[in-house]
Write a protein that binds this ligand. Sequence first.
Ligand code: ADP
Ligand code: MG
Length: 239
Amino acid sequence: MPPIIQAQNLGKTYRSGKLEVPALRNVNFSVERGEFVAIVGPSGSGKSTLFYLLGGLTQATHGSIKIDGVDFAHLSDSERTRLRRSHIGFIFQRFNLLPTLSALGNIELAYDISGLKAPMDRHLLDHLSEMLNIKGRLEHRPNELSGGEQQRVAIARALITRPSIVLADEPTGNLDTKNSDVVLAMLRQSSKEMNQTVMMITHNPEAAQIADRVITVRDGEVVAIDLGRSSMDIVHNAY
Ligand code: ADP
Ligand code: MG
């Protein structure tokens, strides 16, 4: 089986008119199913650009990104959208819930547009709501929810399709410590339960503790790929 994610010589230069901004260059890594990877680095280093590339939300200007062996660049726009909606769950720093829909409406919409044939799994919805402690909040609109609750709804929305990959861009960036801890623990648990690959951009030092690997980006380049604490525990326990 090919790795679930493979970046080869991946690069992105933004162009507007004559101006060129090289945001990412020569990025190489592969990620296995079920891995929990933290992506860290200073502001402006190219982390969000990597997030957009991994999610097929923007096109690479160099190299390739393959999801389960399939190169995004070889897909039509509609095929890319289909792959994204059915295989990838997105979580954003600003939650990005639709303000006119209830929490449940947001989750159902994500399922409806996924293109998955089976009806939404109500047991999974129950399980996620329980795990994320949002059961009593599902009928509320985002503006009636706290930031922590909105992010937990956004996580349920990302997980309801059982995506094989979860991409999160600073998911705890707008949360207090308590809510950050809950969100990190939930992502970790879900990744283990569903054998999900999680790629999480973060400034949160706790995240590196629970990650299997930590990718460090600086000035548009990957400067280190280290084992996270979680893997080190496994190594320690093995000896
Ligand atoms: P990070 O998420 O690590 O803060 P980004 O990936 O957002 O970094 O940005 C990397 C570089 O690319 C920065 O210099 C940023 O200004 C530039 N950049 C990001 N998005 C765009 C865009 N849409 N157009 C032009 N330049 C961009
Ligand atoms: Mg960013």
